[in-house]
Design a protein around this ligand. Structure first.
Ligand SMILES: NC(=O)c1ccc[n+]([C@@H]2O[C@H](COP(=O)([O-])OP(=O)(O)OC[C@H]3O[C@@H](n4cnc5c(N)ncnc54)[C@H](OP(=O)(O)O)[C@@H]3O)[C@@H](O)[C@H]2O)c1
Length: 281
């Protein structure tokens, strides 16, 4: 199977390479070799390979910067996604597109399901939401996998907490925003499960369970045997530019209904990550 990956140098892209390189024929692209905002370049590259699957792991992911760099965030997250969808449809490739819990506003008092309405609070969330809508408009064989609080081989919350724990005896973390940490390894399993089917559509793909950022940080400290004290802050006490949803917990309803859910509890995935990827940190 030929798999074409954009965003191959990012956190998820690196995990895809690691997990898929011995099983599939991979065509990996970073921004340096393919900028997804360039529709002609995207179409030329996809036409040349005629891949079975295109995985879009590319995105403008800096949530804070996006508030002031709106056009670029929309170019990458919305137009870039549309360019890939258009070429995939033309060349009959499946598209796996990664989206986010930040398409929701966080006001629901239960976990979000796949067909809950979008109401993003930030530019990043709006641009990802438009990306999903444009893919749906283009049509074709697409899977949209929404994930949350992702960590893997790159800069992420877990690594930041481990670094801060070496520098400080106390760290304050927001305790009133809830979601689900998700390991890129587990997300790759979901990608693989989905892409080998013809059950196209929208999926939630996060690890199981939920926590606040504060609880997440506490679990990291416990699992990594760090003594640093974690203190809880409210969202109001930690001012940032981009508004975040207070509750972005998602239910993996469609993965479960299709018999494709392999997501582990987030605590189990975190232990695996700390044991295998953070030993040297
Ligand atoms: N990180 C999270 O907490 C989180 C949560 C929910 C959903 N997601 C979604 O999960 C996916 C993967 O996220 P990630 O954490 O792996 O992101 P990441 O580490 O920031 O990687 C994103 C990659 O996209 C590439 N990229 C940016 N603009 C591009 C362009 N115009 N053309 C081609 N490539 C471009 C970047 O390349 P350069 O470095 O060369 O710019 C980067 O390597 C994204 O769709 C993201 O929205 C992430």
């Amino acid at each position: 199977m030929k798999i074409f990956v954009v965003g191959a140098n990012g956190q998820l892209g690196r995990e895809i390479k690691r997990q898929f390189q011995d099983k599939y024929e991979l065509f990996l692209h970073g921004t340096d070799t393919l900028n997804i905002t360039n529709s002609d370049a995207v179409d030329t590259a996809i036409a040349k390979v005629k891949p079975d699957v295109v995985i879009n792991a590319a995105a403008y992911t800096n949530v804070e910067k996006a508030e002031e760099d709106c056009d670029n965030a929309f170019q990458v997250n919305a137009i870039g996604a549309e360019n890939l969808a258009t070429s995939c449809k033309k060349h009959d490739s499946k598209l796996v597109h990664i989206s986010t819990d930040y398409v929701f506003d966080g006001t629901k008092d239960k976990p979000y399901e796949e067909f809950d309405l979008h109401n993003p609070l930030s530019i990043y969330g709006r641009s990802k939401s438009l990306g999903e809508k444009l893919i749906e408009q283009v049509g074709g064989k697409y899977f949209i996998l929404r994930t949350s609080w992702l960590y893997g081989d790159g800069n992420n919350f877990v690594r930041t907490m481990l670094r801060l724990s070496r520098e400080k005896s106390e760290i304050s973390v927001v305790g009133d925003q809830y979601g689900t940490p998700t390991y890129t390894k587990d997300l790759c399993w979901a990608i693989e499960k989905a892409m080998c089917t013809t059950f196209y559509g929208v999926y939630h793909a996060s690890n199981e369970g939920s926590c606040s950022w504060y609880e997440f940080a506490k679990e990291i400290m416990t699992a990594a045997k760090c003594k640093t004290i974690i203190k809880s802050l409210t969202t109001a006490e930690y001012p940032v530019k981009a508004k975040r949803p207070m509750n972005s917990v998602m239910e993996n309803r469609m993965l479960k209904l299709r018999g494709l859910n392999t997501m582990r509890p987030w605590q189990e995935a975190l232990k695996d990550y700390l044991e295998h990827e953070c030993q040297q940190l």
